[in-house]
Write a protein that binds this ligand. Structure first.
Ligand code: AMP
Length: 294
């Protein structure tokens, strides 16, 4: 099966109409391209659950702030098409910026509260750019399901809330983070790292793991939990910590005390590269109740 490669919204709408006329249900995987094995995991899950898979490749200028890496973000269209072909994708939609934004945008979608902390704090306007482009893609493709990585947990939470608040007729499916052998979350931005930086990078995952272990052992004081993670990251002179937080998994609000399931999330800078990661974790039932397992 060869992949259908489309640039225009008009062609995508027509393709979607044809697929629907054949009775197929549709899965959408929105990406910024530079596809890697994390994206492939999303595409594969979509392929298992949907008759036809549509992948969008679009480096969305709205979600990059001034001075961020929009210009230098890796772009590799021929390679991306090869991956999509290999993974059995039906349609690739790769619009130009002019196709998506023919005129300056006067409308946007904003999700309050869930966007306030973590990446929302360090990247003002980022999530508004994400929710705006994702809602455009949902309206263009009208998928039955859309697939997002747990790696960008705040993005996932923001999109889930947008879909719920605005009754968008799409099911959001979360896919677990794909990691390199040493634990580093796979990311298109890992390509920016030189070999020294690459060696230091797994410390983020390790520090999140250490924080999770403390929580699972029964530590509830977030100040103590953060201290442990920070100490681990401070051992790496190449790393600057942007944030390291314990938040509730639904609204991404920083917690002072662990009372149930939480998300441990961090962002670091190594040189000029910004990396994020997170782990869901929950205390042992016995430890929240103050008891011990028999
Ligand atoms: P991006 O191209 O970085 O915007 O990512 C497109 C989608 O792939 C988003 O839903 C990401 O959360 C997801 N994704 C990126 N990296 C990974 C990974 N390592 N594991 C799972 N999903 C990922």
């Amino acid at each position: 099966m060869t992949v259908t490669f489309l640039h225009s919204i008009r062609e995508v709408r027509e393709r979607v109409r044809n697929l629907r006329a054949n009775g197929f249900d549709l899965g959408l995987v929105p990406t910024m391209g530079a596809l890697h094995k994390g994206h492939a995991a999303l595409i594969r899950q979509a392929g298992r659950e949907c008759d036809r898979v549509i992948v969008s490749l679009f480096v969305n200028p709205l979600q990059f702030g001034p001075g961020e890496d929009f210009e230098r973000y890796p772009r590799s269209l021929p390679e991306d098409l090869r991956v999509c072909e290999e993974e059995g994708v039906d349609t690739v939609f790769a619009p130009s910026v002019e196709e998506m934004y023919p005129r300056p945008m006067l409308s946007s979608v904003r999700v309050d509260r869930v966007s306030d902390h973590l990446c929302g704090r360090s990247r003002p306007g980022h999530f508004q750019g994400v929710t705006t482009v994702v809602s455009k893609l949902f309206h263009i493709v009208q998928p039955d399901r859309a697939y997002f990585g747990q790696k960008d947990s705040q993005q996932l939470a923001v999109i889930r809330r947008m879909v719920e608040d605005l009754n968008l007729p799409v099911q959001i499916v979360a896919v677990e983070t794909v990691r390199e052998c040493d634990g580093l979350a796979v990311s298109s931005r890992n390509a920016y790292l030189n070999s020294e930086e690459r060696k230091a990078a797994p410390a983020l995952f390790q520090s999140l793991q250490m924080m999770c272990r403390e929580i699972e052992k029964g530590e509830t004081n977030v100040r103590c939990i953060r201290e442990i993670g920070l100490r681990k990251l401070q051992q790496q002179p190449l790393i600057r910590v942007e944030y390291l937080e314990v938040v509730d998994p639904e609204e991404m609000q920083p917690q002072l005390q662990v009372k149930g399931a939480v998300l441990v999330a961090g962002a670091i800078r190594i040189g000029s590269t910004r990396l994020i990661d997170n782990l869901p974790c929950r205390p042992e039932v016995a430890s929240i109740e103050g008891g011990k397992l028999p």
